[in-house]
Design a protein. Sequence first.
Length: 272
Amino acid sequence: MKIKNIMSENVVSIDKNLNICDCLRMMYKDNLSRIPVTSTNENKKSLVGIISEKDIANKLGSVKYGNLAPSHFHVSTVMVKDLITVDADDDLTDVANILIEKNIGAIPVLSDGEMVGIVTKSDFIYLCKAKAYEKVSVKDIMTPDIISISANDRLIHARKVIMDSGVGRLLLTEDNELAGIITSKDIAKALVSFRKHTPEKHMASKIKELVAGDYMSTNVQTISEDTSIPELADAMLETGYNGYPVVDSNDQIIGIVTQSDLLKLIYEMETQ
C-alpha cells in the first residue's frame, strides 16, 4: 500500500515568521501535535521545516534563550530545519520504518516536489482494526519500562526528562500512586503562560517554583493488558489519546502503550 492512501491531505501549515503563541493556538484549535512550516515568496509557499509541541517546550525551557518573551520566539527559531520528507508513492512500511528509526511523529508527503499531505503515527492506527491483529493484545506490545516522576518535581525537571528520554508524556506519582500525566503540550502551554506573565528580571528564579503536578491531567484513563489491538485502536481513534498506562487484573500499572508501539507492530505484521 502506498503512503498516499493513508496520509492526511488537508494539511495545516504555518508561516515561519509567526510566533509560537500563534502556533500553539493553531495546535489547540485543530488538535495537532506538529505543523509543517512554510515560507511565502511571490505568493508561493515553500516547505522549510516542521514544528512540534516538544520543540516549543524544549526551546522555552532552555537557558540559551534566557528571558525572551513568547512573542519574540518566531516559528523559524523553534522549527526543525533538517526536514525529512517522503514521496506520495512510497510504500507505507518504508515510511513506518522511518518514523520508528528517526523517532519522529510525522513526515510531510511530497509529489513532484510539492507538499500534498502529511502522515502521522495516528494515520496508521486504522490498519490495526484488521482481523489479523485480533490475536495480539496490549501486553504483547506495551513498554514495561515506565518513565515517571513525582507530581512535586519541578516543571523544568519534567521537561528535561521528556527531552532526554525522547518520550511525549510522563506519568506523575504521589505516595507511589498514579496522580496524573503530563505531556509536551502541557509543558509548552505552561511555559508560554509563565513567560507572558512573569517580569523578565524574575524569570530565572520564578521558573524553579513551577511544579509539574500543577499542570498535569488527572483522572488518567488506563487500559487493560488483555485488551486486543483492534480495541486499543478503537479507543485511540475515539479519544484522540496517543498513549495509555497499562494495568493488570489488580489495577496495578505494569507498563505503557503508545502509538509508537502500535507502529512497530504494524511494521512487523506488514513485512512478514
